[in-house]
Design a protein around this ligand. Structure first.
Ligand SMILES: Cc1cc2nc3c(=O)[nH]c(=O)nc-3n(C[C@H](O)[C@H](O)[C@H](O)COP(=O)(O)O)c2cc1C
Length: 306
């Protein structure tokens, strides 16, 4: 067995065409598994491999003569493509402008997001880096407002059934176990979330996913690095922005649907295959509000070690 994911447990298989290999050594440099060495100016598979080939494909992407092919773990040389021109990538200034113009959008025009744009968002999101290839990110796409609303209504009903989690007796009971920060978050954030998500939905107001015309839920399997769905969601969000859509990340669904029988049944109903350490919704749509200014945001701390 190789490093497992929900998609594959096999190792990648590396093929080297020694006639094509010119001994440049790029494969040796890029393989972080020490999978190659040069013998008599030719690349050979080394015995120093630590994990076995994870099929990241870096060797065949770096090889200038096309001497390397990697097969397996969902990868094959058929997936290689020519890189876009260097001139076509955004400059720092244009990237920063996109980032600075982004705002979390929660009110949308009653306009469907075109199927072509959904495909473009998914295409861009799949370029995201991952802890270990192949990506173990799963995506559920809610393609219209009706589906998005149906999910929110279902989630609200589900939350109502587990509302005891935000009751005073339960929080008092748990305080010694989950610590000060969690206790404060439970009182000041989670309890009001229950109130607004459940009570508002009963009045017909959707504060869960804001009746967006498009929503995507990025989550992992138990094998996935918890950062992977978050990074993929971030790529999707930025792709949406570049296509003129307003976007907003929604973190307040994932933690509630991980544990217990009711959570499992909820996941099954919506086709969510696994509980996972991280998951994130991104909603998209044509913004119904426009901002005149940005604000300069800061991290909690930047400590430059020099
Ligand atoms: C991980 C994450 C989870 C979030 N979850 C929610 C959410 O559940 N509901 C919501 O309205 N906004 C959510 N947001 C949006 C933030 O509230 C928003 O980014 C913040 O208010 C700053 O506003 P800005 O994005 O316009 O700069 C989330 C953002 C992130 C990054």
């Amino acid at each position: 067995m190789a490093i497992p994911t929900s998609r594959t447990k096999e190792p990648g298989r590396i093929f080297i065409n020694t006639l094509k290999c010119d001994g440049c050594g790029h494969c040796v440099k890029v393989c972080s598994d020490f999978g190659f060495e040069l013998v008599d100016h030719k690349a050979v598979i080394s015995k120093n491999s630590i994990f076995g080939c994870v099929a990241c494909g870096q060797c065949m992407m770096a090889c200038p003569t096309g001497a390397i092919a990697v097969e397996g773990r969902t990868l094959s040389p058929i997936q290689l493509f020519d890189l876009p021109d260097k001139e076509s990538v955004p400059t720092f200034d244009s990237l920063l402008a996109l980032l600075q113009r982004r705002r979390s959008i929660r009110t949308f025009k009653d306009k469907t997001v075109e199927s072509e744009k959904i495909n473009q968002i998914l295409e861009a999101a799949q370029t995201a880096p991952m802890g270990l290839p192949p990506s173990d990110v799963h995506v559920i796409v809610f393609e219209n407002k009706k589906q998005v609303r149906a999910f929110a209504e279902g989630f609200s009903v589900y939350l109502k059934s587990i509302r005891w989690m935000a009751s005073n007796w339960f929080m008092t009971l748990m305080r010694p176990f989950w610590g000060k920060a969690n206790d404060e978050m439970m009182h000041e954030f989670i309890k009001p979330v229950f109130e607004i998500y459940v009570d508002s939905m009963e009045k017909g107001e959707n504060w869960i996913n804001y009746d967006a015309p498009l929503a995507m839920y990025f989550y992992g399997s138990p094998y996935t690095d918890p950062a992977d769905p978050i990074i993929a969601a971030t790529y999707a969000m930025l792709a949406g922005e570049s296509l003129g859509l307003g976007t907003c990340m929604l973190g307040a669904v994932h933690p509630f649907i991980q544990n217990g029988k009711k959570a499992r049944l909820f996941r099954e109903k919506w086709g969510i295959k696994y509980p996972s350490r991280e998951g994130l919704f991104v909603i998209f749509g044509y913004a119904d509000v426009h901002y005149k200014k940005g604000v300069k945001r800061t991290f909690a701390d930047i400590h430059r070690v020099s």
